[in-house]
Design a protein around this ligand. Sequence first.
Ligand code: FAD
Length: 377
Amino acid sequence: MTIIVSGTGIAGMSAALAAANAGHKVTLCGHLASPPPAGGIQLAPNGWQALDQLGLFDAAIKRATQLDHIIVRDLNNGATLTRLNLANRYASIGRADLLDLLHGVVAKHHAITHHPALISQAVPHKDGVDLVLDDGQSLMAAALIAADGVAGLGRRLVTGAPSDELRHPISHLGRVAMRADIDAADLPAVFAQPASNLWLGQGAHLVHYPIAGGRHINFAVTLSAQLANSHWQAKIFGTNPLFEKLAMGQFQWMKTSVSPAGSPLCWRRGRVVLAGDAAHIMPPHLAQGAGQALQDAASLQQALTAAASIDDALASYARQRTSAVSAVVRKADISGKIMALGGARGRLRNIMIGLAGPSFLQSWLADVWAGDPAMAE
Ligand SMILES: Cc1cc2nc3c(=O)[nH]c(=O)nc-3n(C[C@H](O)[C@H](O)[C@H](O)COP(=O)(O)OP(=O)(O)OC[C@H]3O[C@@H](n4cnc5c(N)ncnc54)[C@H](O)[C@@H]3O)c2cc1C
């Protein structure tokens, strides 16, 4: 019987490929994003390791932009606090480029069928899952891999959490990310340098890095929802001449809620397992959400290939990923809290980061970037 995957984001498409690579017939349910999402993501060594395990490394790295350094600076005075050399694979990639690559591979895979409908109902039982789609069709599956995002049906089904709790309206959250994908030609040339730049301000921080070989620059500013409501560009960028054009408010920004961190203790209910943001609500402060989604897929592929039964495979996947990911989610949460400090605590943070130097940053990130030990064997 077929494995059904819900969600055509990074998690869903990579999970569909993983299950097909492990020898299963797969139906991928969901609509392709239209228009494709703008901007990019950073992928650390663990994300590239997972792409390698999925057989996608060569195709993905061709579309990526290698980043040589992470540079942490003080947003108010421009001082460099620390600079970490990136010896291992660390690169940015356009969201649309990664999704296009995944979709191309999924569309060509003989074992995967794409069904462009949402799952509106899923009833797990001991031999599989019965599903109803929003186009009226009913399907029976040996298992459901729910990669349908933070507020999807999968998380509600597995954890029993009410949907309101999962939607995180921006007003109730307190913090938001403003994202922009800006043509590099509209900015000073320094923005195209192959580095990931983190600027720590007072209660707000900014990340930018080049994508598409330096032709575009991806920006994400994390700030309070209240500050984001009025002339925030002038307040955030106005203190630094490098950001003069951004301070003028001429570029388009997209507001995204920053979800509070969380990963349920259980990722599995019978033949339903979670993957991607459906499994781990990952604040973006460690740039790990998509990387962990790719690791979920690589782990699923390994479990479905090695285990004697689907039940054993899903149990092994859920066991392995639950414990590995909860540590990353916690770290992302703590990182966000440190980045959000303002006033005297923000100034002290910057002094401490400067004093600690790159080795501290490296050790903070080392276990996250190492990926799952079980996958490295
Ligand atoms: C500001 C910001 C910066 C980030 N930067 C990085 C970064 O640098 N590096 C990194 O690794 N990560 C980063 N992330 C995180 C990353 O973007 C996400 O973790 C990742 O995109 C999640 O992918 P996903 O497929 O799990 O979820 P989604 O992309 O949300 O996909 C879920 C899919 O499920 C579909 N769906 C919903 N309900 C149903 C249903 N009932 N049936 C079928 N389909 C359904 C939706 O339509 C959607 O297509 C960042 C996030 C933010 C907000």
